[in-house]
Design a protein. Structure first.
Length: 236
């Protein structure tokens, strides 16, 4: 019976017993299953960062999706993978890192590990539990978010054959997800302003606010030799 899969009624009883502080051994005795089975389920709950108080609120379908593991051997393999989830999350913040890259790294150390589909599914289930539950509501035409992508693009000069790096300017209306992208020579003030003007012409309107992600290019611009009317026009 080691590592057997619990029926939904037994699983909910396990959650109820653990929420009352019942030990794994006592829980196993009450359910008439092996202690390894209870240990496996409790380990999975911890890996997903669920508390026993919030688990009863999940639907049967959601609970079942947390436990795709059919036997104890596979549960141990999952537990070994789940210990690396925080490391994966940190690596994914780095430019160029993908889940496929991390999967290849994972397989090098675990030749008998999960295939790519299972690997990504289990990681995303865990990652979804780490996200804040706050919801941002965006109103149409209220804001335009602008930024540069982390990676540059390149093009080849037809005349010289020189490979030239370019920045990638991105503007997005968060309510509709309308997105404008433009290659830019640099992140300098003049190129930044040109990117915004191009985006506004493409959109065909002006939002109430243009929001940046702390770009140096967007810091307050002090114009030299410009008339007050010119300054006012730029600020708009």
């Amino acid at each position: 019976m080691a590592g057997q899969r619990l029926e939904m009624m037994d699983l909910r009883q396990l959650i109820q017993l653990k929420s009352k502080g019942t030990s794994n051994r006592k829980t196993a005795e009450a359910l008439k299953v092996s202690r390894n089975t209870v240990n496996s389920y409790v380990s999975c709950f911890k890996a997903y960062s669920f508390s026993f108080e919030e688990l009863p609120g999940l639907s049967d379908k959601d609970l079942a999706e947390l436990f795709p593991l059919a036997d104890y051997k596979d549960t141990e393999r999952y537990n070994k993978l789940s210990l690396q989830f925080p490391y994966f999350a940190k690596q994914l913040t780095k430019t160029g890192c993908t889940l496929q890259t991390l999967w290849h790294e994972y397989l090098e150390n675990n030749p008998n590990g999960y295939r790519y589909t299972q690997f990504t599914r289990y990681y995303k289930l865990w990652a979804d539990r780490q996200k804040p539950s706050g919801i941002l509501v965006h109103k149409a035409a209220e804001k335009l978010f602008v930024d540069y992508s982390g990676s540059k693009l390149q093009y080849v000069d037809r005349n010289s054959g020189e490979v030239i790096d370019v920045e990638v300017f991105v503007a997005i209306l968060p309510c509709s997800q309308y997105t404008y992208v433009k290659a830019s020579a640099s992140r300098k003030r003049e190129d930044f302003i040109d990117g915004i003007n191009s985006a506004l012409r493409w959109i065909g309107g002006v939002p109430k606010a243009i929001v940046t992600d702390n770009l140096k290019s967007s810091h307050r611009i002090e114009l030299q030799g410009e008339s007050p009317r010119s300054k006012q026009k730029l600020s708009k």
